[in-house]
Design a protein around this ligand. Structure first.
Ligand code: UDP
Length: 318
């Protein structure tokens, strides 16, 4: 009998790509999502498959899954700054209560759990690039605190289940990731810039655009997560693409790619606690998993643009 994996947040950007990957690897996939920020369209192609099941459920409430489970991947959470500003309580609950429920489920099922942590645990970082042994610089009561602290609690409780109960746990710290199926109106920089450039609107650069990010194409991220799950390493591992760029230069890349003469940069205020720099140090992932990103930004952005071309005209504005 093939292995069975529960993926929470399965209708989301990362959850849906992970569902595809595990199906392709011959797993049976149980997808779970309450569709708060996920979209059923991301997984509707899986519904005809007998290897795929779907539960519409909020994992912040008790989670029941009949039958065996070999692996649990916890990817349910609002994941863009706009989303967690608008849904602060749900964000806190899914990272804390939701994680607790899934760790409890993993104990009962004797399953291995991988939790989706984030570069946000490093906050507005004082060391650069960020290594896994950096403890971070997070404002607990700022607008990002609901996400950052939920994810920090998530790491803490996952570690406690590992050390106290001997549960098999894995933690991935995910840096900025992009690709097809990102929600057009989620407010994150890449969907914002692509939809603005396609519609010929102002490209909203926050602050002076000197803040940096490093963007990883989703297929590379999924490969790193798959390898981490299959490894025997219980401590957090950064997965991301170290190719760092300023947001101002990134805006120009999108403008050049889309080529709409109406799309020009407009500057907006920098949101509170917006990290000034972010770039993963991936030495650990390289050594441990033999992993590094393969798809550069030119290639990844070209693929992502193909997707946004098909969805932007039909999506309603945020
Ligand atoms: N950003 C921007 N314009 C936008 C959306 C985001 O300049 O319309 C900036 C934002 O201030 C941040 C970076 O792009 O510095 C990445 O923002 P995002 O919301 O994608 O996620 P973050 O990396 O901050 O979690």
């Amino acid at each position: 009998m093939s292995k069975r994996v529960l993926i929470t947040g399965a209708a989301g950007f990362l959850g849906s790509h992970l569902s595809d990957r595990f199906i392709a690897e011959g797993f049976r996939v149980v997808g779970m999502d309450n569709l708060l920020t996920g979209d059923i369209k991301n997984i509707e192609h899986l519904f005809p498959l007998k290897e795929f099941e779907f539960y519409n459920h909020d994992v912040s409430k008790f989670v029941h899954v009949p039958g065996d489970l070999d692996y649990i991947l916890h990817f349910a959470s609002p994941a863009s700054p706009i989303d967690y500003l608008q849904m602060p309580i749900q964000t806190l609950k899914v990272g804390s209560l939701g994680t607790h429920n899934l760790l409890g489920l993993a104990r009962v099922k004797k399953a291995r759990v991988l939790i989706a942590s984030t570069s946000e645990v490093y906050g507005d970082p004082l060391i650069h690039p960020q290594t896994e042994d950096y403890w971070g610089n997070v404002n607990p009561i700022g607008p990002r605190g609901v996400y950052d602290e939920a994810k920090r609690f998530q790491e803490a409780i996952t570690m406690a289940y590992h050390t106290y109960h001997g549960l098999e746990t894995r933690m991935v710290r995910i840096f900025n990731t992009y690709g097809p199926r990102m929600r057009v109106n989620d407010g994150r920089v890449l969907p914002a810039f692509f939809s603005q450039a396609i519609r010929g609107e102002g490209i909203t650069v926050f602050g002076d655009g000197s803040q940096t990010r490093a963007f990883c194409y989703v297929d590379d991220l999924v490969e790193g997560i798959y390898r981490l799950l299959m490894s025997d390493y219980a401590m957090p591992v950064n997965i991301g693409n170290p190719d760092e760029i300023t947001i101002g230069d990134f805006a120009q890349e999108v403008i050049d790619m889309v080529g709409n003469p109406d799309a020009k940069v407009v500057y907006k205020p920098l949101p509170t606690d917006d990290p000034k720099v972010r770039q993963p140090n991936i030495d650990l992932a390289k050594k441990l998993l033999g992993w590094e990103p393969k798809i550069d930004r030119a290639e990844g952005m070209a693929r992502t643009y193909e997707y946004f071309k098909t969805v932007v005209p039909i999506d309603t504005r945020a």
